[in-house]
Design a protein around this ligand. Structure first.
Ligand SMILES: [Zn+2]
Length: 443
């Protein structure tokens, strides 16, 4: 017993000491010396322009403000138009907006759906027509965002009852479609019961386990947690990562629903050169996204030349370049495999810090402040895979079990399809457990 006490006392110390981070403010580098300094995007050993690395060592990749989820119809107030949306999007500094058809108007407007940039788009602001599956029977199992959709819209989109059934059909028709889950009603984290309102994220782990989900998006929860992330979607994203699902996290406003404004939650996407909708979709697919809530704070993480969304092979001792552009002073957390490994206190404005720490295993690493969060860089040490947490996997297995038993979830004619998918997803998750008898699941 005394040995156990010693062990638990040791492990309850401030846990990021295990990583013994060293945080420094790097000095300015010399552009053109061939060394990648902390204030440089690139350094190709010369100061020539137009060779991929500019004469000021600024690379072609840059952050573009985007809102992947706005509407020009529906929700309150009912009187909406592009005349209201466009100036609001410009004022928020957005350059790309996904304008999603949804609900009852979908069937009417489906015939005129182009899947193209809206004619009101300009060089400064791309407005693109896509689709959200919500306000429909399918919303029972999760609001789907379909990005990069091409016409014609299939009527099955709004007659199917289960997101599993919709995704199966959309994937078959359009393999490159980006499918995400939006503004879900998350299950209660203790009881795993789903909210009664339509839009509960019932199928989230099912789609994730079957490889059918490309991202999850979340919005401001008003007015529950003003000025902060909503912890529940964030914790579910962390659990997905800890289960080995590299799903990008997106921020979106769902304007005008909930009286939100465009960009109130946003996604910064890393784009090479002139932004286009295609590049934006590719950036999301690669996880090159940094999310901001309540404004335009932005965090950026690099490891050598690796950017957010990349996988990189590294020695255990790694050097992180932590860049912040914050509106107020704040703590920036370096989060390793879901746990805080270092805390960097930074003033507002653009700041760059060097954080050196020693990893004990392969890891997914991201940054988080009060109002900004990055997606992950996946660091592979000694060729080992990133450890998975049975606790997180068990959580999603329990989630699926609750979904299977919940009689109030309306699956309609898709019941057989959905339950087959639940069964398959559950098997995939059980296979991921380290302890195959699932002791950690508490069954
Ligand atoms: Zn919506």
């Amino acid at each position: 017993l005394s040995i156990l006490l010693v062990v638990s006392a040791a492990s309850s110390q401030v846990h990021y000491n295990r990583y013994q981070p060293t945080i420094t403010v790097p000095g300015p580098g010399v552009c053109g010396d061939g060394l990648l300094d902390f204030d440089e995007d690139c350094d190709d050993g010369n100061t020539t322009d137009d060779d991929g690395c500019s004469s000021s060592c600024v690379g072609p990749l840059h952050w573009v403000g985007a809102d992947p989820h706005v509407h020009d119809d529906g929700c309150e107030p009912p009187d909406l138009s592009l005349e209201r949306l466009l100036p609001a999007a410009r004022a928020a500094g957005l350059q790309i907006v996904s304008l999603l058809l949804w609900q009852g108007d979908l069937s009417e407007r489906a015939r005129s759906f182009t899947g193209l940039d809206h004619p009101a788009s300009t060089r400064e602001l791309i407005l693109h027509r896509d689709v959200e599956v919500s306000g429909l029977p399918a919303a029972q199992t999760g609001h789907l965002m379909l990005l990069g959709l091409t016409p014609p819209l299939d009527p099955v989109l709004w007659t199917a009852h289960s997101s599993v059934a919709i995704v199966e059909q959309m994937r078959a028709r359009q393999p490159r479609l980006l499918i995400g889950m939006a503004h879900a009603g998350w299950p209660d984290p203790r009881t795993l019961t789903f909210p009664a309102a339509p839009g509960a994220a019932v199928d989230l782990p099912v789609l994730a386990a079957r490889g059918d989900l490309d991202f999850i998006a979340f919005e401001l929860s008003l007015p529950k947690q003003p000025e902060h992330f909503d912890w529940i979607p964030l914790s579910n994203w962390i659990r997905l990562q800890n289960s080995g699902f590299r799903l990008p996290l997106l921020g979106a406003s769902d304007y005008p629903c909930g009286n939100r404004i465009p960009g109130s939650t946003r996604s910064y996407v890393l784009i090479d050169g002139t932004p286009t909708y295609r590049k934006y979709l590719d950036a999301i697919r690669q996880g090159r996204v940094s999310v901001a809530v309540y404004g335009d704070d932005r965090l950026d993480l690099r490891i050598g030349t690796a950017r957010i969304g990349d996988e990189v092979r590294a020695e255990p001792r790694i050097n992180l370049r932590v860049e912040s552009v914050l509106s107020t002073e704040d703590d920036v957390r370096v989060v390793v495999n879901g746990e805080t490994a270092a805390v960097v206190h930074v003033p507002p404005g653009r700041q760059v810090r060097s954080v050196e720490l020693t990893l004990r295993s392969s890891a997914w690493i991201h940054l988080r402040s009060r109002r900004a969060i990055t997606n992950a860089i996946y660091v592979i040490v000694d060729g080992a895979s990133i450890p998975r947490a049975d606790r997180a996997i068990c959580y999603f297995i329990d989630w699926i079990d609750h979904a299977r038993q919940d009689e109030s979830i309306e699956l309609g004619s898709d019941r057989v399809v959905a339950h087959a998918a639940y069964h398959e997803a559950r098997s995939i998750l059980v296979d991921r457990l380290k302890s195959k008898d699932a002791k950690d699941c508490g069954w």
